[in-house]
Design a protein around this ligand. Structure first.
Ligand code: GAR
Length: 201
């Protein structure tokens, strides 16, 4: 089984969906630690309920991004995670963090990448007037939402949608997609060749 560190900045509904799938036996992994950059993040209460240790590491405590990321590396090292699962973690990770975990960091983004990367992805989709949007689970590289795509699923976008109504329609699809993608990762079924993810057997 894979040891997983979940990183989340906010409410943690994706984290909860993954926890549920682990408890239901559909993901061959265990959440060994939750890391958050916000002392008031909703995910903290959830992790306490699961009896999973929580590490709060706020950016403001460090003089540089590099020092911040090195502190996160050091803090999670005792848990020796096999995979890092970003679930609403709202910071761009740099090489200090990513290099030691190369191809072992997953993220979910609430748009069909490479469209609408960055913040307010659902709002960007509404403003663009696209008729279909969705979510993307991908490996993380040092670019902004640019790593190899693992899985995507779609939802319709309606003319009277707002950022919030689209986000609400998307959320359950995110949960389903992340569970499926993380299950494949934990079963060692994902292989990256030239930036393309192949699903084995
Ligand atoms: C989700 O919609 C996730 O896709 C998004 O934040 C939300 C977190 O919700 N992530 C990003 O926008 C990453 N740039 P949650 O805390 O309930 O899982």
């Amino acid at each position: 089984r894979k040891k997983l560190a979940i990183f989340a900045s906010g409410r943690g509904s994706n984290a909860e969906a993954l926890h549920d799938a682990i408890k239901a036996g559909t993901i061959n992994g265990d959440i060994v630690v939750v890391v958050t950059d916000h002392a008031d993040a909703g995910v903290i209460e959830r992790a306490e309920r699961w009896n999973v240790p929580v590490i709060v590491i706020e950016r403001k405590g460090f003089e540089s991004k590099d020092a911040f990321e090195q502190a996160m590396i050091d803090a999670i090292a005792p848990y020796s995670p096999d995979g890092i699962v970003l679930a609403g973690y709202m910071r761009l990770l740099g090489p200090t963090f990513i290099t030691p975990y190369e191809n072992r960091i997953l993220n979910i983004h609430p748009a069909l990448l490479p469209s609408f990367s960055g913040l307010h992805a659902q709002g960007q989709a509404v403003v663009a007037g696209v008729k279909v949007s969705g979510c993307t689970v991908h490996f993380v590289d040092t670019g902004m939402d640019s790593g190899p795509i693992i899985m995507q699923n779609t939802v319709p976008v309606y003319a009277d949608d707002t950022e919030d109504t689209l986000a609400e329609r998307l959320l359950p699809i995110e949960h389903v997609t992340y569970k499926e993608a993380l299950a494949l990762f934990c079963d060692d079924k994902l292989e990256i060749k030239d930036h393309i993810v192949h699903i084995k057997g």
